[in-house]
Design a binder for this molecule. Structure first.
Ligand SMILES: C[S@@+](CC[C@H](N)C(=O)[O-])C[C@H]1O[C@@H](n2cnc3c(N)ncnc32)[C@H](O)[C@@H]1O
Length: 347
């Protein structure tokens, strides 16, 4: 699907206000870094045997239940990295950039020199921010080497675990971005401590994170509704694997606790389905719903099979009902997206 030009940057208020009339009724380590631009994924580690074996192994991706997963720090991230999932990630990127008409909300400064994109995924954000700020060095970090080979000269990617010790210089970054990593991270305080340490004084970190529980504009979606149950079970499975899927609403406070200042958070309601009256939001809702339905299996498989010990067959049978439940727009639902930013105190 190709979006028409969004010549009226959809603001937070527009997203929140442009909903249809109320519906009639709702019932309410080893820390080695692998640079994928280096031939053979070599590292500058002095331990060449580690780097050699790592270079051969990072792209030797394992398959499980018919989906492909990352190899480096195997098992850390619960969702596939195969092309189907990459294509879905790119669609989420497209949707967000289209909706916001921008790549970031927090200030990056007039002439940023160093930008870090945590959990860069397919690297779309990193590439686009690199084009936007051609004088900046952009570094995208991910467990999977799934980024394109041909990228702007100021953009590079590394395979690394952002929950390990960061190897970048201290007080180095003018801006740190992270998007859609709430279902990945286990220790937020540690991550924020490292981000604060490696930002330049006065520089900003921004997160764009969904709160993964669809809500209704006009009341709550019943807990026994399949869509509620889906996200609840997914959360339980992830929790068994060490990830708190409900952390989004606490991230701003965690940033404050870590020492960030001027922390702000705003919530955008991304519609699910075609129910908004506004044409643009109707299209966004249609697109977002298709992204959620297309990801219904990739999101559920590992949390349920590894976390809750379901068999693959049990998951697949259950998903039939889940897919069906998404088909109607009964609950005028949306998923809250939190835009959170905070600044490192100046010296
Ligand atoms: C949902 S995708 C988001 C990608 C990108 N930020 C975006 O918004 O398009 C999550 C990515 O996080 C990566 N990831 C998960 N845990 C990670 C970790 N501990 N260190 C590095 N990358 C990680 C995964 O490999 C995956 O590519």
């Amino acid at each position: 699907m190709t979006f028409p030009t969004n010549d009226r940057a959809v603001s937070v208020n527009l997203v929140q206000d442009k909903y249809a009339a109320p519906p009639p009724e709702i019932q309410t380590s080893d820390d080695t870094i692998v640079d994928i631009n280096d031939a053979g994924y070599e590292t500058d580690s002095s331990n060449s045997s580690i780097s050699t074996s790592l270079s051969l192994s990072v792209v030797d991706y394992p398959f499980e239940n018919g989906r492909r997963y990352h190899k480096f720090r195997e098992g850390r991230y619960c969702f596939p990295n195969d092309e189907l999932e990459q294509e879905r990630e790119d669609r989420i990127h497209e949707l967000m950039v289209y909706l916001f008409n921008r790549l970031h909300f927090a200030p990056v400064g007039v002439n940023p020199k160093n930008i870090l994109d945590l959990v860069t995924g397919t690297g779309m954000w990193a590439i686009e921010i690199g084009n936007r700020y051609p004088n900046a060095n952009v570094l995208g970090v991910d467990l999977s080497a799934i980024q394109p080979e041909w990228v702007p000269p100021n953009v590079r990617f590394m395979v690394d675990d952002v929950e390990s010790e960061w190897a970048q210089p201290r007080n180095h970054f003018d801006y740190i971005n992270s998007r859609n990593m709430v279902l990945a991270v286990r220790s937020w305080p540690r991550l924020f401590r490292q981000a604060l340490r490696d930002l330049k004084p006065g520089a900003w970190m921004e997160m764009q994170e969904f709160d993964h529980l669809p809500q209704s504009q006009y009341g709550s979606i019943p807990l026994n509704h399949p869509v509620s149950k889906y996200w609840d079970l997914l959360g339980s499975g992830l929790s068994c694997l060490g990830v708190n899927s409900k952390v989004t609403v606490f991230l701003a406070d965690m940033m404050r606790d870590a020492g960030f200042q001027n922390v702000s958070s705003r919530i955008l309601r991304i519609p699910i389905g075609e129910w908004p009256e506004d044409d643009l939001l109707k299209m966004v809702g249609r697109y977002f719903k298709s992204i959620l339905i297309d990801g219904i299996q990739s999101m559920a498989l590992r949390p349920l099979t590894r976390g809750l010990m379901w068999s693959r067959e049990e998951v697949e049978v259950w998903l039939v009902e889940e897919r069906r439940a998404y088909k109607d727009d009964l609950f005028y639902s949306h998923m809250p997206l939190h835009i959170i930013s905070g600044q490192k105190p100046s010296l």
